[in-house]
Design a protein around this ligand. Structure first.
Ligand code: EPZ
Length: 421
């Protein structure tokens, strides 16, 4: 397994291009199952998770090919041969469960493996199942698979989500586009990836209103047609790279970044003393002399502070002046980066869903281990300003969500390289 070696050094400067959003693309790709016409996605990120979703769609008989070295995904589910999403694919990537809603809506049946837990939590699917059953699907859990059928087709319904689940919102909205009648989904997730999915579905002929708010209304239609859609910029990659100058010092412009994607995150950065400026090309982040100030962070569904940036901002707070409290309210086990940062000299006390970080002057490079996608990149960020060398192992986690992380950080002066195993 490869590792990434970061040598702590001076301030960064330059620009980092932000790719298309992994979590938008993983919902947009299953949308091809809703229509027999081709769906083309541009600005698609080149990531292993996207390859996994491509393999899953191909296993169903869909055509899914990456053009222009993957930035364009051309897909068609005209000749589907299966509606079974196998465990060996789903266990690798939870987002595979997003084929469930589209398969039931278009074909009236589906067998989708339960994803099983993952490093950051149990991540059940009860909200997905409840919503799809309200639309008329009959879903039974048998031998680890969800066996779903809707022989008479789906019917619009009023659905209230107990929790603003991103995946459940996506599965229900996609299914409702082909249901008979009107569906009103309340306490819906408001993430930009949901807004992007709805834009694409509307381009395919879906009738949807309210995306980005907690109430989404869908008028079912008989069929959807093909479309071409540009994937929205990745706000989590954006926030991650904004933290590079915030931690190492200097000034970096993140190209393609938009303030509207990261407002709650930027508010915390500015409270810590980091400068953020919106330019016509993206977001410019700068940090002057001296340490950043400690700030408290609580993760929430959008538009609150994103859980997917909690590990990364913790890396900055390890050397802040003062004590910061981070409350992780979305996942039950998302502090696995804390013991690794502690190996680098951080002072972190984790009690349940709360981590208390007492800032130290400097971290010291050390061999550390990546445990999940966002934890792994937080270790790289910490290594940018640590004394000496940090060796991050198990970097396959990184390849799931960060395209060319070494090249992008080298481009702004970081001393970082990937070492083949
Ligand atoms: C999406 O996961 C993202 N993944 C996650 O990003 C992100 O952390 C998460 O939303 C929250 O923003 C993709 O979009 C592919 P949820 P998802 O359903 O849809 C509980 C990354 O690093 N829950 O909003 O799975 C669940 O256990 C990944 O890119 C239920 O209890 O998130 C969790 O505690 C990590 N029952 C919470 O809700 C359900 O039926 C949030 O889950 C569904 C969810």
């Amino acid at each position: 397994m490869d590792s990434i070696v970061v040598t702590g050094g001076g301030a960064l400067s330059g620009e980092i291009p932000i790719a298309g959003a992994k979590n938008a693309c993983l919902a947009l790709m299953p949308a091809t199952l809703l229509s027999e016409d081709p769906l083309t996605l541009t600005n698609a990120p080149r990531l292993s998770d996207i390859k996994t979703m491509t393999t899953l769609l191909q296993s169903l008989g869909a055509e899914a090919t990456g053009l222009q070295d993957g930035q364009v995904l051309a897909m068609s589910s005209h000749d589907l041969t299966s509606t079974r999403a196998d465990y060996d694919i789903v266990r690798k990537m939870r987002a595979s469960n997003l084929v469930l809603g589209p398969l039931i809506a278009r074909f009236g049946h589906a067998e989708v493996s339960l994803p099983g837990g993952c490093a950051i939590g149990a991540r059940p699917m009860d909200l997905h199942i409840h919503g799809l059953e309200k639309l008329g699907a009959e879903i039974e859990l048998r031998d680890g698979y969800l066996h779903a059928k809707a022989p008479g087709g789906l019917k619009g319904a009023e659905i209230a989500l107990e929790f603003a689940s991103v995946g459940a919102t996506e599965n229900i909205v996609m299914a409702a586009t082909l249901a008979k009648g009107t569906t009103v989904l309340t306490n819906a997730a408001r993430e930009p990836e949901i807004v992007d999915l709805v834009k694409c579905l509307r381009a395919m002929g879906a009738q949807i209103d309210g995306e980005g708010t907690s109430r989404i209304e869908i008028q079912g239609v008989d069929r959807l047609h093909g479309a071409t859609h540009q994937v929205v910029a990745d706000r989590i990659e954006l926030g991650t790279y904004m933290l590079a100058p915030a931690i190492a010092g200097g000034e970096v412009e993140c190209l393609g970044g938009k303030m509207s994607l990261v407002e709650a995150f930027v508010e915390r950065l500015e409270a810590a003393g980091i400068g953020v400026e919106e330019t016509e090309r993206g977001l410019k982040v700068s940090r002057g002399e001296g340490r950043v100030s400690a700030v408290d962070v609580t993760t929430e569904p959008f538009p609150g502070f994103p859980t997917d940036l909690q590990a990364q901002i913790m890396a900055m707070l390890c050397t802040a002046e003062g004590t910061s409290t981070l409350n992780e309210t979305i996942f039950e086990n998302r502090f696995m980066h804390a013991p690794e940062l502690t190996r680098m000299g951080a002072n972190i006390d984790v009690q349940g869903g709360t981590a208390t970080v007492t800032g130290v002057e400097k971290l010291r490079g050390a061999p550390v281990m990546a445990t999940d996608l966002r934890a792994s990149v937080s270790l790289i960020l910490a290594g940018l300003a640590a004394e000496g060398e940090t060796v991050v192992s198990r970097v396959y986690h990184l390849d799931r969500g960060y395209e060319h992380v070494v090249r992008k950080l080298q481009g702004v002066g970081a001393r970082i390289e990937r070492v083949k195993a």
